[in-house]
Design a protein around this ligand. Structure first.
Ligand code: NAD
Length: 287
């Protein structure tokens, strides 16, 4: 079984980003990370995203607000960031407290700065197979892992566990656009193990530590683990029981957690940021 390392995939993306940065004539793209409150998950993603943008030679600024921030103040701030020409892309960390209307913010964010694909315009593009927008970074990260590891997608049976708008659903559409035959599983799926065993590509994005065991794996399947969970011993782990699946020898390839899809997600964010910056410069007549 091949263990697919995220770092190998990221290296290829980084080389492309560096090439594209050279075309910007010294302009340094800047990401705005918008965070409300201090959820540890958000803070760790923010830290990783910022250090990754810096490593790629790009900038990042954070805008943080207390959970008590009013809708009026927050939406005003969000509009200001949206309109700021020195900001090329915006990453809004979610979920937000319920009084901060996520749906309205999704409609408010300028599609050309929406580097994590949350706006209706970008989502519609993903669902119609139009690649000119920004897809959610995690879903695209899975596609990068498959494509850059030489795993054929066209004609394959792909099974995705999870139907969230962040991962499962957009990913199913992206796999479909690349001509896979796609099945989406969720909490009401009957015969989950049997359905998953049909997958020549199996993507686990359920957020359930170690739920995917060898019984879920078809012979030679490429298994991509998107889950980021903390197990009973307090250790970071995926949705796939790595030990059991690798010991079984059934999978052809498997991504580890940590060290798999997570790092590729922030690399895709960087790829989107440089593209957003290039398009912004073109619009402003600077290139
Ligand atoms: P979510 O809770 O919004 O969605 C989970 C989905 O999985 C739901 O559609 C649900 O129906 C399905 N599901 C849950 N339990 C199931 C079960 N037992 N059987 C079948 N289906 C089940 O979560 P999300 O935001 O989509 O994230 C999923 C996982 O991916 C989480 O672990 C999250 O931390 C991780 N994640 C990773 C990255 C990354 O960069 N690698 C980014 C975002 C999310």
């Amino acid at each position: 079984m091949k263990v697919i390392k995220g770092a190998e995939v990221t290296a290829g993306i980084q080389a492309e980003i560096e090439e594209e940065l050279k075309q910007l004539g010294g302009y340094i793209p800047t990401l705005a990370v918008v965070r409300v409150g201090e959820r540890p998950d958000d803070m760790s993603y923010e830290k990783n995203a910022i250090s990754r943008m810096k490593k790629f030679g790009m900038g990042a600024v954070t805008f943080t607000y207390p959970e008590s921030v009013s809708w009026e103040e927050f939406s005003g701030e969000f509009q200001r960031i949206n309109q700021d020409d020195s900001i090329d892309g915006i990453l809004l960390l979610r979920p937000l407290p319920p009084h901060l209307r996520e749906k309205e913010l999704e409609r408010m964010i300028l599609p050309e700065k929406d580097v994590d694909g949350i706006s209706p315009e970008n989502i519609a593009k993903v669902f119609s197979g139009d690649k000119s927008g920004f897809a959610p970074c995690t879903a695209e990260a899975v596609m990068e892992v498959l494509n850059r590891s030489g795993i054929q997608i066209a004609g394959k049976r792909a099974v995705v566990i999870g139907r969230s708008m962040v991962v499962g659903r957009p990913l199913a559409m992206m796999l479909l656009a690349e001509h896979a035959t796609v099945t989406v599983c969720h909490t009401r799926t009957k015969d989950l193990e049997q359905t998953c065993r049909q997958g020549e590509i199996l993507v686990a994005a359920a957020g359930r530590a170690g739920m995917v065991t060898e019984e879920f794996i078809g012979d030679g399947a490429a298994v991509i683990d998107v889950g980021i969970n903390v197990n009973e011993e307090g250790r970071l782990c995926g949705d796939v029981d790595f030990q059991r699946v690798s010991d079984s020898g059934k999978a052809g390839a498997l991504t580890p957690v940590p060290g798999g899809v997570g790092g590729v997600t922030t690399a895709v964010l960087g790829k989107h940021l440089v593209r957003a910056a290039a398009e912004g410069m073109r619009k402003r007549g600077e290139r």
